[in-house]
Design a protein around this ligand. Structure first.
Ligand SMILES: O=C(O)CCC(=O)C(=O)O
Length: 269
């Protein structure tokens, strides 16, 4: 790995795609002004609307579309690698969407695509989420090479499934766009993020939605940058903003050599 300055972008997206893209653009500019070489946007950054139909209407085909143009242009304009949160893309099932994370390099070229594999389901007396009703699950774990090292991708609920990240082999950085609920986030978010960093001995950057959205949903925020020892290097609470931190190659090497747990694995499934 090489040293890398990263930015986790936090938003409170609403139903207006143009307004959300304008906010994302402003925050990416802020990240670049703070020297970030890679920035990550939150899950659903272009749109958190009132109805599922809104997301279906905003679907794009991977390779072309106004949200993808925005991401490619911003990456080029600021000379920054962009993990583009997630956007709604077309699925095999015409009535569903894929929740897709696209990554653009600093020349605006798409270099990776990950479709969220684990679909969130949660029901209590007061809250209900059933992503499988409208989202088609992806099937492929995804990691890609960057000038700074190997980067793995996951989206939100994927955080709960450690085998997804183990399937990616040795990662230097895991980037996880999210829109975690306030209820489950308060209980599990930091615990799970730090566990993924420690058990995979890699950096974790998570870019989340954080606040009360116009549709009434409340997301947990707490975008973070975490080091391979589990220490939190940068963190936001609620609200829009950018958390910037420096990822040190020397620190990563130190953690892996002092505690070579990945080399001590016995059950390699
Ligand atoms: O895993 C959780 O508790 C929250 C997941 C979530 O909100 C999502 O995947 O959108």
């Amino acid at each position: 790995m090489k040293d890398l300055r990263v930015a986790a972008v936090q938003m409170i997206s609403g139903p207006d795609v143009a307004a959300n893209l304008a906010t994302a653009g402003r925050l990416i500019a802020d990240a670049a002004a703070q020297g970030a070489q890679l920035a990550a946007l939150p899950e659903y950054f272009p749109l958190i609307g009132a109805a599922d139909a809104d997301r279906l209407a905003a679907r794009e085909r991977v390779g072309a579309g106004p949200i993808q143009d925005f991401l490619a242009d911003a990456a080029r304009k600021y000379g920054i690698w962009l993990v583009g949160g997630s956007i709604p893309t077309h699925a095999d099932d015409a009535h569903k969407l894929r929740n897709t994370c696209l990554v653009f390099d600093d020349a605006g070229r798409q270099v990776a695509r990950y479709d969220k594999i684990h679909l969130f389901g949660f029901a209590t007396g007061t809250e209900r989420y059933d992503e499988a009703a409208t989202i088609e699950a992806g099937a492929e774990p995804v990691a890609f090479d960057s000038p700074w090292g190997r980067i793995g991708l996951g989206i939100c609920y994927d955080l709960r499934f450690p085998e997804l990240f183990r399937a990616l082999g040795q990662l230097d950085l895991l980037v996880l766009p999210a829109a975690f609920t306030e209820t489950t986030g308060r209980a599990h978010w930091e615990l799970l993020l730090r566990a993924r960093a420690v058990e995979n001995q890699c950096y974790v950057v998570t870019s989340a939605q954080g606040g009360r959205h116009p549709n009434g949903r409340v997301t947990h925020g707490n975008s973070m940058v975490i080091d391979p020892w589990g220490d939190i290097l940068a963190r936001l609470d609620k609200g829009e903003g950018v958390a910037v931190a420096e990822l040190s190659a020397a620190r990563l090497a130190e953690v892996r050599s002092s505690l070579p747990a990945l080399q001590h694995r016995k059950l390699k499934t």
